[in-house]
Design a protein around this ligand. Structure first.
Ligand code: EPS
Length: 403
């Protein structure tokens, strides 16, 4: 069972993460992890913080000569901005008086945080609820991604819409209608969207979105959006229908929902299926040269909580960033008077970053179920288990049903 635990405040000294349960002998490097951290920082509409930070993970344990040892991998990501926050975020008690924050921002964890943890300063809620924590998650998810690559499983993402601006062509249709090449690599989607300032697949849409972000910025406003995260090369049989917590779709929904500001997750055609006849909803089973295949992939690669072998397609929605430069209504908890919500340095749009974080979370969820199914203490043992299952899979079906 793999697990990870992150620690760190947004303006504290550093973020840390401990990743446990990966087999030995998996090749991993700081450079590889940092290339993913860089992708998370990118995107038009980010705030000033991203100009201060250039996130780098230092591996402190669990790796020797470029390969995992099977022991916990600890990683450290220093917050450069810490230099400016040493007094405000001091670990030791201090004599100077610091300004306490008493005006909560609607949509952030400010009010629930002080209510729940009995704080007298909203800063205490802001720090850990900030999306800065996702840098540590991307570091953890990148180890999962590295493992999956060794088995031909790749992950990609693109932004579908920001502020309600959708593409002209519907690429998702291609995914749902199983119109992709047999050797489709989800990674190739990211190769394309990585080139866009807002992770979209169409140039025209990009300029429309940038115009919309500029107008939001001018008005002191923020925007959210929708994005797709796709995994290809996933074998048949990850997850099970035996229990609520063994279903792959349930695992993925949980891990996506845990990303800051994500408010909706959909697998395959999701909500659209609720409007259709059954005959137009399910993926017909067909024979392609003696091999069982599917006409479509409306189920998004998961049936009965189990992977079907087709690409896993996850669509998610991120709400607009909660910090507004033209704030909406709030209450000052010190005076109990109506005021404008507090302004705080923030992003205007972070949907492109959210899609990259989602790639890491999808890699994590798939790796978790992959390792549960195939197991093994070393990468070599895992490879043996995987290939013996895969080689025999269709042979077994044929043999079992031969009359
Ligand atoms: C973020 C760091 C934060 C924000 C953003 C994401 O840095 P700071 O608060 O110092 O500007 O830029 O966080 C949020 C938008 C949020 O609502 O928490 C990061 O590293 O991704």
């Amino acid at each position: 069972m793999i697990r990870f635990l992150t620690a760190g405040e947004s303006h504290g000294k550093a973020l840390t993460v401990i990743v446990d349960g990966f087999p030995s002998n998996l090749k991993i490097s700081e450079d590889y992890i940092n290339s993913q951290l860089k992708r998370r920082q990118f995107g038009y509409g980010r705030g000033l913080r991203m100009k201060i930070e250039s996130d780098k993970a230092e591996i402190l344990s669990g790796v020797r000569f470029g390969k995992t040892l099977g022991s916990p991998v600890a990683m450290l990501i220093l917050n450069k901005d810490w230099d400016n926050w040493q007094t405000l975020m001091s670990v030791e008690s201090i004599n100077n008086k610091v300004e306490k924050i008493s005006i909560p921002r609607p949509g952030h964890a400010d009010l629930v945080g002080v209510s729940k943890y009995n704080f007298d300063d909203i800063r205490n809620s802001i720090e850990r609820s900030s999306a800065r924590e996702t840098a540590a998650r991307v570091a953890a998810g990148t180890i999962a991604r590295r493992l999956l690559e060794d088995f031909g499983i790749t992950i990609g993402s693109f932004v579908e819409s920001i502020g309600g601006i959708y593409p002209e062509k519907n690429f998702a249709e291609k995914l749902y209608h199983n119109k992709l090449p047999v050797n489709f690599f989800a990674q190739s989607i990211s190769d394309k969207s990585d080139k866009s300032l807002v992770r979209v697949l169409e140039l025209e849409q990009e300029s429309k979105i940038i115009r919309k972000i500029k107008s939001a910025k001018k008005n002191g406003d923020t925007l959210g959006g929708t994005f797709f995260t796709i995994a290809s090369g996933v074998p048949v049989g990850l997850g099970s229908f035996m229990n609520y917590d063994t279903k792959l779709d349930a695992e993925i929904a949980q891990s996506f929902m845990s990303i800051n500001a994500v408010k909706a997750v959909e697998i395959g055609e999701g909500f659209l299926l609720a409007e259709k006849f059954g005959s137009k909803s399910h993926d017909e089973i067909i024979l392609k040269k003696d091999i069982i295949g599917r006409k479509t992939n409306r189920a998004g690669g998961i049936e009965g909580g189990v992977s079907t072998g087709l690409p896993i397609i996850v669509r998610a929605a991120m709400k607009p960033i909660a910090t507004l430069m033209s704030p909406i209504e709030s209450v000052n908890l010190s005076t109990m008077k109506k005021v404008d919500a507090r302004r705080e340095r923030s992003d205007f749009v972070a949907v492109p970053a959210c899609a990259v974080i989602a790639e890491s979370m999808l890699a994590w969820s798939i790796a978790k179920f992959f390792l549960q199914k195939f197991g093994g203490d070393s990468l070599e043992e895992l490879k043996d288990n995987y290939s013996s299952y895969n080689k025999k899979l269709f042979g077994r079906i044929k043999k079992n049903f031969k009359r």
